[in-house]
Design a protein around this ligand. Structure first.
Ligand code: IMP
Ligand code: MG
Length: 185
């Protein structure tokens, strides 16, 4: 894997901007769920960094759970719409307040499938918190209650988001120069 500096186009959200916005989201969620308990469902693997920072900013009692989702034709940089659950929850969500935490919504297919599945299990409430939203790419409607940043239609990486499974550990969000990324030299 190349050093990210070789194909980074631009840092569009800095570490400071991420952390500031996450504090705001945590405060908003804490206010909205005051007096309740939360079950935060993180979509693996991209949502992990966001989850761990976000839950430290939430002050209502909460439990965490994980789900993993794949869409057929992985390797492609666009979701196929054919979504498959590869890791399901370990707990019942019946009558619980569920908040789904996701890294990014692009076409919307992934989250639409997750929401449809979880709704059948009778949660008390079910809402979505996404760090990033590529609004202009939406193919299916997804109700988003909490949104970190709306971004342009560019491929991004860092802070949980990967390029072929790497670079998730970077503390910022950057755009990719795909030509440089794919250049074999
Ligand atoms: P959707 O089903 O098209 O909404 O795609 C959502 C999933 O695609 C996310 O959970 C990400 O894993 C991935 N994804 C979409 N856009 C990007 C991107 O710009 N960088 C990295 N991953 C992305
Ligand atoms: Mg991904």
């Amino acid at each position: 894997m190349k050093p990210y500096q070789d194909f980074l186009d631009e840092i569009i959200i800095t570490e400071e901007q991420l952390q500031k916005r996450i504090r705001e989201l945590g405060a908003e969620i804490s206010k909205d769920y005051a007096g309740k308990e939360l079950l935060v469902v993180c979509i693996l693997r991209g949502g992990v960094m966001f989850l761990t920072d976000l839950i430290r900013q939430i002050n209502v009692p909460l439990a965490i759970e994980f789900m993993a989702v794949a869409s057929y034709g992985s390797g492609a940089r666009a979701s196929s719409g054919d979504v498959r659950i590869t890791l399901d929850l370990n707990t019942s969500i019946k009558d619980r307040h569920v908040l789904i935490v996701e890294d990014i919504i692009d076409s919307g297919h992934t989250l639409a499938a997750v929401i449809e599945l979880l709704q059948t299990r009778d949660p008390a409430s079910l809402y979505v918190c996404t760090l990033l939203d590529k609004v202009s790419r939406r193919e299916v409607e997804v109700p988003v209650r909490y949104r970190g940043f709306a971004i342009e239609d560019k491929f991004v990486f860092g802070y949980g988001l990967d390029m072929d499974d790497y670079y998730r550990n970077l503390p910022f969000i950057g755009t990719v120069n795909l030509k440089k990324y794919e250049d074999p030299t």
